[in-house]
Design a protein around this ligand. Structure first.
Ligand code: SF4
Length: 379
């Protein structure tokens, strides 16, 4: 049992009220923040509940049966989420990622996907709609998600060794069922599928090579995520972080790699392709990615906003307060006023926590800067 410190402050309550203008400015489709970063990617948390208790996200000691989960009445309805998304899209959003908690626990999520799939970007293109899941319900839901308009899925899987995986998700859920979910998603055409593995030194880092061997040549893109100090409950320590350079070195020691260019602006993963005998990218073998928020911050191109399940806007994964949009939705504000309010919020954004992390004064145990929980705003 680790000496985890349980915070007493419910971070969700720290919000800034949002001012409305009587003369809203029309949306331009090209909104920039204070560091000239565009708004391109909206992550929408559709539930604060999950059926896993991954130690780096929703530790069981904190998120137990007495944890004050949000009542259903507090959640934004699908119509409210779609209405808000339409305003974000008017400012340039092109990609939607549905998250949680575990998004597939939200009943009838297909209906939300249908509504979002009907939206168009400012250039008249369909939105890129994806979803991050722990895979536990994917085998059952994959085809319905595809039929509703979902394009891709990202599945979290922290190891192939059943004992390690069960230890990480802390609910005794078998790897076999997640792998069957990935197969069902592949069969439904929800690709290219990405698999995210959070690497915690001393817990599952010995699974790096077995995971790479398993997914190379399958078309699945495996990404290794550095263990992060998200929220205030996971007892994060720097000595449990395995830097991505070490992940790449370990894989390359057996499966030669060649670095690839980013596939989109603001992409969080650094791409490495499996190399053939001549050192060129072997496309059939595929690629991996590393996401290095701790050792190689990528805040400079961060174009992501996060919407909590009850309508609070967060401008950074490590934010300590949000902007409450629900009163606007339920208080009679017009679409133009909401769009204008979003513009004001984004234009004032200067978040770059990962870049500043190393220069911040060390935190005493339990005194973490009350960062909002990842399970509340999505990864
Ligand atoms: S730390 Fe915040 S600003 Fe930096 S990349 Fe992550 S979410 Fe973006």
């Amino acid at each position: 049992m680790s000496d985890r410190v349980i915070p007493l402050v419910d971070q969700r309550s720290r919000v800034r009220p949002v001012a409305l203008s009587n003369e809203p400015h029309p949306a331009t489709g090209h909104l920039l923040d204070a560091l000239s970063r565009p708004l391109r990617d909206l992550r929408i948390s559709v539930t604060d509940r999950c059926n896993f208790r991954c130690s780096y996200c929703m530790p069981k000691e904190v998120f137990d049966k007495d944890y004050p989960y949000l009542p259903h009445s507090a959640l934004l309805s699908f119509e409210e989420i779609t209405r808000l998304t339409r305003q974000f899209v008017s400012h340039g959003v092109q990609k939607i990622r549905l998250t949680g908690g575990e998004p597939l626990l939200r009943k009838h999520i297909e209906r939300l996907i249908e509504q979002l799939a009907a939206l168009r970007t400012v250039d008249g293109q369909p939105l890129d709609i994806t979803l991050t899941t722990n895979g536990s319900l994917l085998e059952r839901k994959a085809q319905a998600l595809k039929d509703a308009g979902l394009q891709r899925v990202t599945v979290s899987l922290d190891g192939l060794d059943d004992a390690v995986f069960r230890a990480m998700n802390d609910v005794d859920f078998p790897v076999r069922d997640v792998l069957r979910g990935i197969d069902a998603a592949l069969a439904a055409g929800l690709g290219p599928i990405k698999v995210n593995m959070v690497v915690k030194r001393g817990t599952n880092d010995h699974e790096i090579l077995p995971m790479a061997r398993h997914f190379s040549g399958t078309g699945v893109v495996l990404r290794f995520i550095e263990y992060m100090d998200v929220g205030a409950t996971n007892g994060w320590r720097m000595d449990e972080v395995l830097p991505s350079v070490e992940v790449v070195r370990r894989i390359a020691s057996e499966l030669p790699l060649v670095q690839l260019d980013p596939s989109a602006p603001g992409e969080t993963a650094e791409r490495w392709g499996y190399a053939d005998a001549l050192g060129r990218h072997d496309a059939a073998a595929g690629e991996i990615g590393v996401i290095s928020s701790v050792t190689q911050a990528f805040c400079g191109s961060c174009n992501r906003a996060r919407l909590s399940t009850e309508g609070k806007l967060y401008l950074c994964l490590f934010a300590s307060e949000g902007h409450d949009l629900r009163p606007l939705l339920r208080g009679g504000a017009s679409d133009e006023q909401i769009a204008d309010a979003l513009a004001g919020i984004w234009q004032g954004r200067s978040d770059r926590y990962s870049e500043l992390r190393a220069s911040l004064p060390p935190e005493a145990p339990g005194e973490g800067r009350r960062r909002v929980e990842m399970s509340y705003i999505g990864g």
